[in-house]
Design a protein around this ligand. Structure first.
Ligand code: PGA
Length: 275
């Protein structure tokens, strides 16, 4: 757990690569401290540099995933996990196939579950059985969504079946051979589920995310910006690049706070070494 973190922290770094590396550094720190930790993982373009860095740490530094359990946020429904558009496929390709994780401990909602409602309940139970999520990684949508919790989602929602918007279905059509193959639903962790993670790191990069990030951090807590619910969580870190942070009113203050906190930690450490 990030030392001293008792509320929301905002870290602003130069670019997407630096954001990925900082997230990976924090994940690796947790794995080294708690080898059997439970990670919550996300798909999308934002976490890719983070996963790339974790793979490098595994290959070059021996970062050991053999006792780690993971839960992904969401999956389309219905979808064959072998379909290149499935989130299971994404996770295998971008992370799991390149590290020494036990695949039976990598949970992604099952896109071919015969009863997705029952499956959603089963998924919640598995999270509980694993002891809860130690660290949840999140991306953010342009509209402030987290996982498939679109604006209007209940802040208390649990893992459940969601009907995708017509816009999302139309946008996804290009990735599927036949229109009837485009998933109409998703199974997603709820906002309430996400808020139960012991620690949360939200990653955002690029100017396209700047409005959503500003609303999430500085706007009111509202279902119309699901990521704003993170303001209610006691251990949440937003790791942003300059572009994604560009619309924050108190950007310079967050940077100053971070520098001052680092300086204080260094001072404490030095005092301890002298003692
Ligand atoms: P992205 O997606 O990382 O591909 O931008 C994030 C999200 O929609 O949650």
């Amino acid at each position: 757990m990030a030392r001293g973190l008792r509320s929301m922290e905002v870290i602003i770094l130069p670019d997407a690569e630096a954001v990925g590396k900082e997230a990976a550094r924090r994940i690796a720190e947790l794995i080294r401290r708690k080898p059997n930790c439970v990670l919550g993982l996300a798909t999308g373009s934002t976490p890719i540099p983070c996963y790339r860095e974790l793979i490098r740490m595994h290959k070059e530094e021996g970062l050991d995933f053999s006792h780690v359990t993971t839960f992904n946020l969401d999956e389309y429904y219905p979808i064959d996990p072998r379909h290149p558009q499935s989130y299971r496929y994404f996770m295998d390709e971008n992370l799991f196939n390149h590290i020494n994780i036990d695949k039976s401990r990598t949970f992604v909602p099952y896109g071919l579950a015969p009863d997705p409602y029952e499956h959603a309940e089963w998924y919640e139970e598995q999270i509980k059985k694993a002891g809860g999520i130690d660290l949840q990684i999140l991306g953010i949508g342009h509209n402030g969504h987290i996982a498939f919790n679109e604006p209007g989602s209940s802040l208390a929602s649990r893992t459940r079946v969601k009907t995708l918007t017509r816009e999302t279905i139309e946008a996804n059509a290009r990735f599927f051979d036949r229109p009837e193959d485009v998933p109409r639903y998703a199974i997603t962790m709820g906002i309430g589920t996400i808020l139960e993670a012991r620690e949360i790191i939200l990653l955002a990069t690029g100017e396209g995310k700047a409005d959503a990030v500003a609303k999430a951090i500085e706007g009111p807590v509202t279902t119309m910006c699901p990521a704003s619910a993170l303001q209610l969580h006691p251990r949440v870190t937003f790791i942003l690049d300059e572009a994604a942070a560009s619309k924050l009113q108190r950007k310079d203050y967050y940077k100053y706070v971070h520098e001052m906190a680092e300086a204080l930690k260094k001072q404490i450490l030095e005092a301890r070494m002298r003692a």
